[in-house]
Design a protein around this ligand. Structure first.
Ligand code: 6PG
Length: 256
């Protein structure tokens, strides 16, 4: 049974992006569940199948758990193709695996048909995982793939997906998915690139908690040059969904 979408305590629509802040993390994730359901039902009204890319990390887990309970509104998951915007170079059962997190929080509900789940094969070499995932995206979405919704997070250094500062994938202009060497993590990642991210119909950034407040303000204020600032959908909608703690510094002193 879905509840009403919480109302934001702060809303700002300017320069091609919408910023919404919610009174609590709970409200944030409920509002995000409603937004996801709204975007998918809008898409289902227009085309046979919707393409959604999930984000990794820890933040979206509560959103996926709400979607697994049908919170946010009914979603016909049979008509949704589910992908991932990035993955760690680890097998699917690894604790670090974004697929594992989504499996435990959403797919375990059985709502999403197995055939509609397209995971990044983090157990392969990063290059092979990226190449095969690019192929898989084109197999399912066609040669010029456009996602209806891409979910993203925000790292403390301003990274998003696995587009980290000073990493080679930032300069990719062609391929939709690439392997990306992250020196400071001494590891490889597999990530969507800007060409694919910026061709999406809807991009939602989710960030929660006071430990994100500084980077949220820096990124949204345009101070500095952070990878997440370069996610600007060409024609699509860009939404930043935050909780009060994450948005506090930006709302108080936006530096603008
Ligand atoms: C990943 C993510 C990454 C994540 C940020 C935020 O694979 O780690 O895709 O971009 O969204 O690092 O992570 P948290 O949500 O855990 O703070």
């Amino acid at each position: 049974m879905s509840t009403l979408a919480p109302k934001p305590i702060y809303r700002e629509a300017k320069s091609g992006r919408l910023v919404e802040a919610y009174a609590s993390a709970g409200d944030l994730f409920h509002a995000a569940a409603h937004k996801v359901a709204e975007i998918i039902s809008e898409c289902e009204g227009k085309k046979p199948a919707c393409a959604v890319a999930l984000s990794g990390g820890s933040t979206p887990k509560r959103l996926y758990e709400l979607l697994a309970k049908g919170e946010g509104g009914s979603i016909d998951w049979k008509r949704v193709q589910v992908f991932f915007s990035d993955e760690r170079n680890v097998p699917p059962e690894d604790l670090e695996s974004n697929y594992r997190m989504a499996k435990e929080s959403l797919f375990a509900s059985g709502l999403v048909p197995e055939a509609n789940i397209h995971r990044i094969h983090g157990e392969y070499s990063a290059d092979e995982a990226a190449r095969s995932y690019g192929e898989e995206i084109k197999r399912v979405l066609g040669d010029d793939p456009t996602f209806d919704l891409i979910l993203l997070g925000l790292g403390p250094d301003g990274h998003t997906a696995s587009l980290f500062p000073d990493s080679p994938a930032l300069d990719e202009k062609q391929r939709p998915v690439v392997a990306n060497r992250i020196d400071k993590l001494k590891s490889e990642r597999i990530t969507f690139t800007y060409p694919l991210l910026n061709s999406a119909e809807h991009v939602i950034f989710l960030a929660s908690g006071s430990d994100k407040a500084n980077i949220v303000r820096a990124v949204l204020s345009g101070n500095g040059d952070y990878p997440s600032q370069h996610v600007k959908p060409d024609k699509g909608e860009l939404i930043w969904m935050l909780d009060k703690d994450g948005a506090q510094l930006y709302i108080e002193r936006p530096n603008r």
